[in-house]
Structures are given as C-alpha cells and as structure tokens.
Ligand binder design. Sequence first.
Ligand SMILES: [Fe+2]
Ligand SMILES: [Fe+2]
Length: 134
Amino acid sequence: MALIDWSPNFSVGIAQLDDEHKQLIKMINTLHDAMKQGKGRQALLPLLDELTDYALNHFAHEESLMVQHKYPEYEQHKKIHADFAKKISEYKKLHDQQLLSANQLLNILRDWLISHICNTDKMYGPFLQDIPTT
Ligand SMILES: [Fe+2]
Ligand SMILES: [Fe+2]
C-alpha cells in the first residue's frame, strides 16, 4: 500500500508542476515500499539520493517559473526551499551517522513536501497561471 496517494487537493493548477509533485510522491512511495520489504541501507541510499536530487531540481524549476512570471513571493519561497535543502543535507548526515532512522527521515520528507505543496506552492498557482508561458 502506498504511503501517500496523489489527491486533487494537492493540485497547484499547473500541469507540469503537478506532474513533478506526483513524481515526488511516487518516489516517496517507492522508498517506503523498499523499507517495508526490509531492504538495507545499500538499497535505500540510492533511492533517497534520487528523491532529494529530484526535489532540488524541482525547486529550481519552480523558482525559474516564478522569476519568469514575476511572482511577488519569489524571494520568500526561494528561502523556504533553500532552508529545506540545508535541512535535507543535515538529516542525511544524521542518517549516515545512524542517529536518524530511514523511517524517520522518510516521514520528515513526506510531511514537509505535502505541507509545502498544499500551503506554500498552492499560493503561486494563480500567478503562474494567468501569464502565458513564452
Ligand atoms: Fe513544489
Ligand atoms: Fe515550492
């Protein structure tokens, strides 16, 4: 069973960004499945790296669209991404030192991403929608 399922409530109203959010959710579920199957650190680590790399690329993509559309909350949103990116690397270090379990790390990533999509990302929807992409 998936840890989280995509819900229309998660939609930010921009198909390509919804698709990236769906992919992030898919990767969280893949990681969760691997953990449930009792896969060891060696198997989990590449999945975790893949997920965090994808998240960082996704942040950069959102930021470039915000700049393109002159989104007024750009600086604030960018800072939230940067703060979380810093936290991810700290959490990964704790995980490497076995001070944070894969399960704890997964829950942190899931909770942050869902809350970020539903609260912070959704706010850019109308701004990025109204102006057609060139
Ligand atoms: Fe996002
Ligand atoms: Fe975002």
